[in-house]
Design a protein around this ligand. Structure first.
Ligand SMILES: Cc1ncc(COP(=O)(O)O)c(C=O)c1O
Length: 450
């Protein structure tokens, strides 16, 4: 008999896997139908930041639903949308003054690409069309967003359907593409952008897109200080827009409102964020500089793009309540404080020989596993180490976000952690203890280096 699987009519992401039924969420915990408790150590996939079951959000939902839940963006605006856009611009870097709402991250990525393109055409530079992105990155699974994503394994199946776009090397200090140690680094990985712009032809390049801290593909890759400043200079020099994909890092995840705030760089657009509504509803946005809207206004007159659920008032009201909750409970600084504590505790995992690197910023942390710590050789992808450890932790009541392919697009294992901003020190201790036990057990059972 095969392993237990779900036998209902849902088309599950992995039909070979058994998914327990989540019944209730409270604070950092999820409870399944058998009453088992899980620490939501990754907020799903870096989504939930204020905790499950917050009463204020439920009240905001009901209140908006009692007025109106849906209007179409071609017909009405609503107080909920106006209010939310204002709140977002208040926390965004200076100059980012317009907010375009969407209901998915990939949708938001593609919206930013199209907005950049229309901006270039409408201001009279129609040759600018290419978007450069990076390897070891993730920007979404729709075909356009996947084309920009630099994750070989996720692309492989759909390769014939992907538009070819240029990719540069990542800012991956643990596996520096230039073989540098941090003190000898001259930000060669940032200069790679200039090389590529020149090779492609500056007149053809519309924008550069990057995650401030890489999430799903490699587990919290934090660039060296100065990287994004250099990137901004290069973009300015060649009249290229800088788009930061803050789908995971936005809204306090890294201990500041936006990941890019750590380097005081002002991008032209921010794509944001799973945390905007903390999982209470699907809502994302693209925040842009005024010049983008002005060019479109004075050019075509309208943005030739749109989605049905953009700007729906129910989602806007929910996100608005989440932003209020984050502000009222000072949760962004709490993310910074608890993030520092988490990173300190995670250092203890170096006692396992297979832990190669522990890194992170705010409550966004990654643990990278290696077969050989000296050579940094990754495990063979077929061994699925990240899944083995992630599943063991899950059995023990910790939800994490395991991933692979970071080292070279196919091999490389990591666990991504993105706990709720409300997590306490004791809960972090428990989270790290479960991870520690899981790594210990898998190392022993599979005869891994110890
Ligand atoms: C940085 C980044 N961009 C885009 C996406 C795509 O978002 P969605 O899954 O909502 O389409 C993700 C999802 O993990 C992401 O991490």
């Amino acid at each position: 008999m095969g392993a237990k699987t779900n036998q209902d009519h849902v088309f599950y992401r992995n039909p070979n896997k058994y998914y327990p039924t989540a019944q209730r969420g409270e604070g950092i915990y999820i409870y399944d139908a058998d009453g088992k408790e899980y620490i939501d150590g990754s907020g799903g996939a870096a989504v939930v930041n204020i905790g499950h079951g917050v009463r204020e959000i439920q009240e905001a939902m009901l209140k908006q639903a009692s007025f109106i839940s849906f209007t179409h963006g071609t017909q009405f605006t609503t107080e909920a949308a106006i209010e939310l856009a204002e709140k977002i611009t208040r926390i965004a870097p200076p100059g980012l003054e317009r907010v375009y709402f969407l209901s998915g991250g990939s949708e938001a990525v593609e919206t930013a690409v199209k907005m950049a393109r229309q901006y270039q055409v409408d201001r009279g530079v129609p040759s600018k069309c290419k978007v450069i992105s990076r390897w070891t990155s993730y920007h979404g699974n729709t075909l356009g967003a996947l084309a920009l994503s630099g994750h070989t394994k996720r692309r492989q199946y759909y390769q014939p359907l992907l538009v070819h776009t240029p990719h540069i090397v990542p800012a991956y200090c643990y596996r520096c593409p230039f073989g540098r140690k941090p003190d000898a680094c001259n930000l060669e990985c940032a200069d790679a952008l200039e090389d590529t712009i020149l090779y492609e032809g500056p007149d053809s390049v519309s924008a550069f897109m990057a995650e401030p801290v890489v999430g799903a593909t490699a587990g919290a890759l934090v660039p060296k200080d100065g990287y994004f400043q250099r990137i901004r200079e290069i973009c300015d020099k060649h009249d290229v827009l800088l788009i930061v994909d803050e789908v995971m890092t936005g809204i306090g995840r890294t201990g500041k409102h936006f990941g890019i705030d750590h380097w005081n760089v002002i991008p032209d657009m921010i794509i944001c964020a799973k945390g905007l509504a903390s999982g209470y509803t699907p809502i994302y946005c693209v925040i842009t500089q005024e010049k983008i809207r002005t060019a479109i206004l004075e050019g075509n007159g309208a943005f030739v793009h749109g989605h049905t659920y953009s700007q729906n008032p129910l989602s806007c009201a929910i996100a608005s309540a989440v932003l209020d909750y984050i502000r009222d409970n000072d949760l962004v600084s709490r993310s910074a404080r608890m993030g520092a504590y988490l990173l300190e505790k995670l250092q203890t995992l170096y006692r396992h020989a297979i832990v190669g690197d522990v890194r992170g910023l705010g409550l966004f942390a990654g643990i990278e596993f290696v077969e050989d710590r000296t050579t940094k050789k990754p495990f063979d992808a077929a061994f699925k180490l990240n899944i083995l450890i992630g599943n063991r932790a899950f059995d023990k009541g910790l939800v994490s976000y395991p991933g692979g392919g970071g080292a070279d697009g196919v091999n490389g294992d990591h666990i991504l952690l993105a706990p709720h901003f409300i997590i306490t020190e004791e809960q972090i201790d428990r989270l790290v203890a479960i991870l520690d036990e899981s790594i210990e057990e898998i190392s022993r059972e599979k005869n891994l280096p110890r």
